[in-house]
Design a protein around this ligand. Sequence first.
Ligand SMILES: [Fe+2]
Ligand SMILES: [Fe+2]
Length: 166
Amino acid sequence: MAKDAIVLLKEDHKAMRKLFRQFEKAGADAKATKDRVARQIIEELTVHTYLENECMYPEVRRLLPEVEDDVLESYEEHHVADLLVMELVPMTWKDERFVAKATVLIENVEHHIEEEEQDWFPKVREGLSRTQLREIGAELAAAKETAPRRPEQPSALKKTLDAVIA
Ligand SMILES: [Fe+2]
Ligand SMILES: [Fe+2]
């Protein structure tokens, strides 16, 4: 049986938080570690953003129109994270701004994860049935198989590029 969509997304959040802590714990000398962990953060975030933007948010918006404002705010928060990711990708630990940029990305994403878990997920759980959440969970699991893992893949930052270029 498919996992509940919220359970699945919370597992992703947990994995990201673990990477955030690894990034922070790596001392100022562990530049190469910070670089490696930042790449992992970017990969996790790229997959997760794709799942939420392309599947979770549109599905919930369709089924539960009363949470539309939260969905719209989420798109904007992901958009800010996407912009930071695009700036971080070409950087290495040798860049003066690398750690600062990654730290701001982490702070932004932590804030967003917090809002989802404290505020948005409870509303969605309240508004949708277990069956609906499992159906979305199955869609998320399927989308994960083909999700982009690198932000420069065309399907990854589609919304960001649309917003910047359009
Ligand atoms: Fe999100
Ligand atoms: Fe999320």
